[in-house]
Design a binder for this molecule. Structure first.
Ligand SMILES: Cc1ncc(C[n+]2csc(CCOP(=O)(O)OP(=O)(O)O)c2C)c(N)n1
Ligand SMILES: [Mg+2]
Length: 548
């Protein structure tokens, strides 16, 4: 059979449903093989959008999201999505074409060392040099992409290899189970936790992969232990739980850090250093200790050097702790309980504020009120991410998809589209800044063509607001960050989507309610007021007094 047919058969064998991307002439044999397969091609308007969609498919399903591009420019356009998947722990395979490798009359036209480019951004990057190797390469790439830490993998398929004759040879997919933590590390963790006076549970990104929610909820309930989450750990345990303190949206100085400062031990489940630190560890006598409980060992960093690693399948390790631990009379959670109420009061301060342009706190509140527990919000990257991390309480895992790893702009819309494809019964709202939205806004056409029901909310401040906020925080003059925007309502309409521009907070709530309950692609151009960012996130927090 033809090598490209074998490649597609190997992908079918792995259960691939979609391939996102833009084929080039070097992919045409592969495309022809795909035409008659069970796999659906999702044609996008930019390879970056395809990569973000594939990565998000991987993030939500735990299976490998697959995307395709041509050689050279198509493949280089995958660079940011490769980094996004790799840092974010999202299983993704990129397939790119290449000129013939045996004999070519094209000189160096369009030839870039793509495998070399991909190596530092992936877990695996290889060229197929013999079509008979395709099945084992695909099996290996899928295994590498999905096993902890999951990430990006890349296979380059040259034109002449794609068309060569090969033998049928497909490897069955084998279930993979993680080892469990050794008894010694579990016993050490039990001893540290039982001895601690004010232990605190932190839930990080890896806990949002796999079936960890149940085990962790049981741990929290049985121990009565207060918890907080990193931005990518939100929703693993219901954030409406009375023991939930909130999310670490900043690395220091937030109300939550009053609790972190009081803790003598933090049980860190699923966190690793790819996320902006939820707090900084201190290398001093008597400083808060940390237990790192994860699929993989901790990586030492200036902000993170745990005293104990409990390495193995997370749910199994958490269950082992729940079983072995006895809640201690000397555990003192009284301060945390008072702080949890205080944090709720502080964070809800502007929920009733109806000034317009809308405050980000109010926008978050409105979206939370309109969406149900299983609905999904995907964020692009801008200053509103901090407000969503702090104020948007998730009841279920992976219902607020934000990127606190690469923190790239441009992923909000494509990730929302992929989320809708994976979870068709959930309403999906993609929240973008006016800057980030325009980085992949061309995918509006893809969303309309695919008939996706999705609502995009653009928080419009006519600027790169996040950097403006940082600029002000550093005491610099306002310079170089103001934007001119298209008329977003007309822009949406030009794509065949519906466009809305609310004129009050009430109007926004009504418009959003209508959009999420009406089929089609909707865009809401929402004027946002960021004028309180500096006074709250810098001045107020820096000068806060922790309750005694
Ligand atoms: C691809 C990319 N380019 C640049 C940045 C740096 N950056 C982070 S946030 C930001 C501004 C975001 O502006 P916007 O999307 O309008 O959101 P806002 O903060 O204004 O709400 C920039 C330039 C980034 N994270 N990613
Ligand atoms: Mg902006």
């Amino acid at each position: 059979m033809k090598a490209s047919d074998l490649f597609v058969k190997a992908l079918e064998n792995e259960g691939v449903e979609y391939i996102f991307g833009i084929p080039g002439e070097e992919n045409l044999d592969f495309l022809e093989s795909l035409r008659t397969s069970k796999i659906k091609l999702i044609l996008t308007r930019h390879e970056q959008g395809a990569g973000f969609m594939a990565a998000t498919y991987g993030r939500l399903t735990g299976k490998v999201g697959v995307c395709i591009a041509t050689l050279g420019p198509g493949a280089t356009n995958f660079a940011t999505s490769a980094a996004y998947a790799q840092l974010g722990g999202m299983p993704m395979l990129m397939i790119t074409g290449q000129k013939p490798i045996k004999k070519s009359k094209q000189g160096r036209f369009q030839i870039i060392d793509i495998v070399g480019m991909m190596k530092p951004m992936t877990k695996y990057a290889k060229t197929v040099v013999n079509g008979n190797n395709i099945p084992s390469m695909v099996r290996e790439a899928f295994k590498v992409a999905t096993t902890e830490r999951p990430g990006a993998v890349h296979i380059e398929l040259p034109e002449d290899i794609a068309e060569e004759e090969v033998d049928y040879n497909i490897y069955p997919v084998q279930e993979f189970n993680y080892p469990t933590a050794c008894k010694k590390s579990v016993a050490a963790a039990v001893s540290m936790i039982e001895k601690a006076k004010r232990p605190l549970l932190l839930i990080g990104a890896a806990a949002n992969r796999g079936e960890i929610s149940e085990a962790l909820t049981r741990f929290v309930d049985d121990m009565g232990m207060p918890f907080f989450a990193t931005q990518m750990g939100k929703g693993v345990v219901d954030e409406n739980h009375e023991l939930c303190l909130s999310t670490a949206a900043l690395s220091q100085d937030d109300f939550l850090h009053c609790a972190i400062e009081r803790a003598d031990l933090i049980i860190n489940v699923g966190h690793d250093v790819i996320e902006k630190p939820p707090f900084f560890m201190e290398n001093e006598e008597g400083a808060t200790k940390v237990i790192h409980l994860n699929f993989f060992p901790s990586e030492v960093d200036d902000t993170y050097f745990p005293q104990l690693d409990v390495v193995g399948d997370i749910a199994t390790s958490v269950d082992a702790l729940t079983y072995a631990l006895t809640p201690q009379d000397h555990w003192d959670f009284e301060y945390y309980a008072r702080l949890a109420i205080e944090i709720k009061t502080r964070l809800s301060k502007y929920f009733g504020d109806t000034r317009f342009p809308i405050l980000p706190q109010k926008a978050v509140r409105t979206i939370r009120e309109i969406l149900d527990a299983d609905d999904i919000v995907t964020l692009d990257n801008g200053v509103y991410k901090i407000w969503f991390a702090r104020n948007y309480r998730c009841a279920k895992p992976n219902t607020l998809l934000l990127d606190n790893a690469l923190a790239t702009m441009g992923a909000g819309l494509p990730s929302g589209m992929a989320a809708k494809m994976v979870k068709p019964d959930s309403k999906v709202v993609s929240v973008c800044g006016d800057g980030g939205f325009m980085m992949n806004s061309q995918e509006m056409e893809t969303a309309v063509r695919l008939g996706l029901n999705i609502t995009v909310v653009i928080l419009n401040d006519n600027s790169y607001g996040m950097i403006k906020w940082k600029q002000a925080g550093m005491g610099f003059e306002n310079y170089g960050l103001d934007l001119g925007n298209p008329d977003f309502v007309k822009y949406a309409e030009a794509y065949g989507a519906s466009g809305h521009r609310p004129t009050s907070c009430e109007d926004f709530a009504k418009t959003l309610e209508k959009c999420v309950n009406t089929d089609g692609v909707h865009l809401i151009d929402l004027a946002v007021d960021y004028s309180l960012n500096h006074s709250i996130l810098n001045d107020l927090l820096a000068n806060k007094q922790c309750m005694i």
